[in-house]
Design a binder for this molecule. Structure first.
Ligand SMILES: [Zn+2]
Length: 350
């Protein structure tokens, strides 16, 4: 493929000319495809099947993602310790960054590093030191790979997110910081999403907002307060699942048709029946954009057709729009002259 120059102005430049789309959700999509194990959720796939990761990056760009996010989510020291593979930490991060950088440069999209919740956060000094060291090593590899910015995501503690933001800023990089809000609509310290995002903006993040856990319907009501609380860009990257007021997160969804003795909790491997349609995603995108959200995407559960719907809802025509649905030629539900009348008449009985 031809190589395109990096986008001028980086993320700030892109945001100045309109909303930016960032496809996330690599863990779930690669798990579904059979290249990553649910449970530990460690992205060893970047070493074991780099072509599959490269292909998914390209699919998301084809569908309209403006950002190629290196698949270093959960590729941190604690996750690798849990699976007894700490020696893979550096090669895994470097390989993920290399793959994402390659796709970003060939497609002219933005190249992002990625860090996330460590699962070992505590407020004591030793915990802070340990967590900061985990961020520093990953951010250092991202900086060496030449990322345009670093995403810090799925934080439940704003204090941990602030430490991540500081690590990114101290490396001389721009930070996109998103937190995850669970059933209780506050961070684990008890801050509202708007308060948490204000603190992250004050810490120098150029985009702040929410990602993961909540679906479109239950993330949307939190966005206006965030937009009003900060002067920087606002991010919204829900999971594409039909969460609702009684089950506001993908982890709290319960299947009305559970199988006997199995899966009383659909998260994370039986969420399929709750998946949003592309039209759900388009509606969310329009509503979020109308609130002033200008960094949009989807997290766990996202597939390329969702990202295309998001891009088209923002007025873009990514390469995959060439294949967007056109039912006018459908043999039974179409409307074009020349279709078989008896089939069209039969459509009501299908
Ligand atoms: Zn997610």
């Amino acid at each position: 493929m031809p190589t395109s120059p990096p986008p001028s102005g980086g993320l700030r430049g892109r945001l100045a000319s309109g909303p930016v789309i960032c496809a996330e959700g690599y863990l779930f999509e690669l798990e579904r495809r059979g290249f990553l194990q649910a449970g530990a959720f460690v992205p060893e796939v970047v070493l074991e099947h780099p072509d599959v990761v490269r292909g998914l990056h390209r699919e998301f760009v084809h569908a309209g993602s403006d950002v190629v996010e290196a698949f270093t989510y959960y590729a941190h020291r604690e996750k690798l310790r849990v699976i007894g593979q700490e020696q893979l930490l550096e090669p895994l991060n470097r390989r993920a960054l290399e793959i994402a950088g390659e796709v970003a440069r060939e497609s002219g999209t933005l190249f992002a590093g990625d860090i996330c919740n460590t699962n070992v956060w505590g407020e004591d000094a030793e915990s802070r030191r340990r967590v900061r060291a985990m961020f520093d090593e990953q951010v250092g590899w991202a900086a060496e790979a030449g990322v345009d910015f670093v995403i810090g995501e799925t934080f439940q503690w704003v204090e941990e997110a602030l430490l991540a933001c500081e690590a990114i800023r101290d490396a001389g990089l721009e930070a996109v910081m998103t937190i995850s809000i669970h059933q209780d609509p506050r961070t684990r310290e008890g801050l509202t999403p708007a308060e948490a995002c204000r603190r992250l903006a004050d810490a120098g993040a150029i985009v702040v907002g929410l990602n993961c856990s909540r679906g479109p319907q239950t993330m949307l009501p939190l966005l206006a307060d965030i937009r009003a609380a900060v002067d920087v860009s606002v991010a919204a990257l829900p999971v594409p699942y039909r969460t609702h007021v009684h089950e506001p997160t993908m982890q709290s969804l319960r299947d009305p048709q559970p199988l006997d003795g199995y899966l009383d909790r659909p998260f994370p491997t039986a969420l399929d029946p709750f998946t949003c349609s592309r039209y759900d995603v388009a509606a969310f995108t329009r509503e979020a954009a109308a609130l002033g959200v200008d960094y949009l995407g989807l997290c766990c559960g996202a597939a390329p057709h969702h990202i295309r719907a998001m891009a088209e809802a923002l007025g873009s025509t990514p390469p995959s729009s060439r294949y967007s649905a056109d039912m006018t030629k459908h043999a039974y539900f179409g409307s074009e002259p020349g279709l078989q009348e008896d089939n069209l008449a039969f459509s009501a009985r299908l």
